[in-house]
Design a protein around this ligand. Structure first.
Ligand SMILES: [Cu+2]
Length: 192
């Protein structure tokens, strides 16, 4: 598709989206998206969204091209962590908490998102993100509570409660980044 064709398609879809989806958004099914409630079972296996009033610690995460600082994270079972994530790189980067298997699935989704023009190597097309791409799922607005997708120079928080020891890693699933080493282990200590 040419970029004009994409824009036309985006506009048409946006109008449809606005008419058909506004009710659902207004009803409050917006936040959480394909995350916590109806998601892929993230909530039980990797922890749950944390209560901002019950944060135990803050951990600053810097994303660059293409690596994280720090390279690993140490957590005690049961802790609620406020991750303050900053993209200091020139590319789009993601901070995502999950298992290796979840990241593998998400990498495919993000490759699809890039194909559909919802993301580029440096940015997010917010209008495209909201479109229904017609494959049954409203293509991820990417607002899962366990992840954040950031354009260069942007900062955001992820508040997460690590309920149970599990084999977790943090990762950037923007196409090519995980493979180039943009991932690190989350070491979990039992008990508190
Ligand atoms: Cu990245």
């Amino acid at each position: 598709m040419t970029s004009n064709a994409i824009k036309t398609a985006a506009l048409a879809a946006l109008i449809t989206f606005t008419i058909t989806a506004y009710g659902a958004l207004a009803a409050g099914s917006h936040s959480g998206g394909h995350g916590a409630q109806k998601g892929h079972g993230h909530a039980t296996s990797i922890g749950v969204p944390g209560d901002p009033a019950k944060v135990d610690r803050t951990i600053a995460i810097t994303m660059s091209d293409n690596f994280f600082e720090p390279e690993e994270i140490n957590i005690k079972e049961g802790e609620t962590i406020r991750f303050v994530v900053t993209n200091k790189g020139e590319f789009l980067h993601e901070f995502n908490i999950g298992t290796a298997a979840m990241h593998a699935v998400h990498q495919k989704e993000m490759a699809e998102m890039m194909e559909h023009g919802m993301i580029t190597s440096t940015g997010i097309d917010h209008m495209m993100m909201k479109m229904d791409h017609g494959d049954g799922k409203k293509m991820m607005e990417h607002n899962d509570p366990n992840s954040v997708l950031l354009e260069p120079a942007k900062q955001a928080e992820v508040i997460w409660r690590f309920t149970k020891a599990a084999e977790l890693e943090f990762a950037c699933n923007v196409p090519g980044h995980y493979e180039s080493g943009m991932t690190g282990p989350i070491h979990m200590q039992h008990g508190r």
